[in-house]
Design a protein. Structure first.
Length: 273
């Protein structure tokens, strides 16, 4: 039985603390949640202190660190950047230019972390804005908070996206195989960090992940898609989340599943490999 290959991606929800000053409530919410988690013994004092002080860090993203880790294990991950603001993603396009170029210069793919999902005009605007930012003609999208409407896929395809990876089952891990929507490919999202690993529940997250991998093998999906938010790649701020990601990547590597990018997976699908 052929093992599924693994497609890894990172949604870049945050870049720098200052982008949240007077723009949203990300940090007040983080403080309240951290106090509650400390009281319930879900996080320790070190993580609590780090989270409370995080608004004063130099940066919130952990892109250089996760690129170094992914490169070590041969993971051709894709980074999805926002070009609009909403739902706590508050940086503007001109604030992410250098970071997008940094990812590209390091040989990793980039795509759109879209806010628009049900309006043709704003979807097209995001696509054109990202094209102008990167110079790319061939890229994909994942919506922020995986928001979707009945017409979303058709609108993404019309806007010119090469692929979408926003279909996600919030109730259970649901392995759907890739399919075409006109000229665009749809890769459903299978495993997302926020629905798998919780503070103080690392071993449970590992068990759920292993069970999901076994299910993927049984139903013979060609690819497992995994999303990890880069800002959690910090073992003092988010020790359980960071440990889970490192464990998952090493597990796939040690058991020879193989990693592949969305773009190379599309090539395989279109060439019938």
């Amino acid at each position: 039985m052929r093992k599924p290959k693994v497609i890894v991606s990172h949604d870049v929800d945050h870049l720098f603390p200052k982008e949240h000053y007077f723009r949203d409530l990300i940090y007040p919410k983080l403080w309240v949640k951290s106090i509650l988690k400390l009281l319930h013994h879900d996080i320790g004092l070190t993580s609590f202190a780090k989270r409370m002080a995080s608004p004063f860090e130099e940066r919130r993203h952990r892109i250089p660190e996760i690129i170094e880790f992914d490169r070590e294990y041969g993971v051709p991950s894709t980074f999805f950047f926002g070009v609009s603001q909403g739902l706590g993603m508050s940086y503007f396009t001109d604030e992410c230019v250098e970071t997008v170029r940094y990812v590209q210069d390091n040989g990793f793919d980039v795509g759109v972390h879209g806010i628009a999902f049900d309006d043709a005009g704003t979807i097209a605007e995001e696509h054109e804005r990202f094209l102008a930012l990167t110079g790319l003609n061939d890229f994909g999208i994942r919506t922020h908070y995986v928001r979707m409407a009945e017409e979303s896929l058709a609108l993404f395809e019309k806007a010119g996206y090469r692929f979408d990876t926003s279909i996600f089952d919030r109730q259970r891990i649901n392995f759907k195989k890739p399919f075409r929507v006109g000229a665009m490919w749809e890769f459903s999202l299978h495993i997302m960090d926020g629905y798998i690993v919780f503070d103080g529940k690392l071993e449970s997250a590992k068990q759920v992940t292993l069970e999901a991998i076994r299910e993927a093998e049984q139903i013979c999906v060609p690819y497992i898609t995994l999303l990890f938010h880069d800002y959690q790649f910090d073992d003092s701020l988010f020790p359980d989340q960071c440990a889970w990601y490192k464990w998952a990547i090493r597990y796939f590597n040690d058991n020879e599943y193989g990693f592949i990018s969305y773009q190379d997976a599309i090539k395989e699908l279109e060439e019938g490999i």
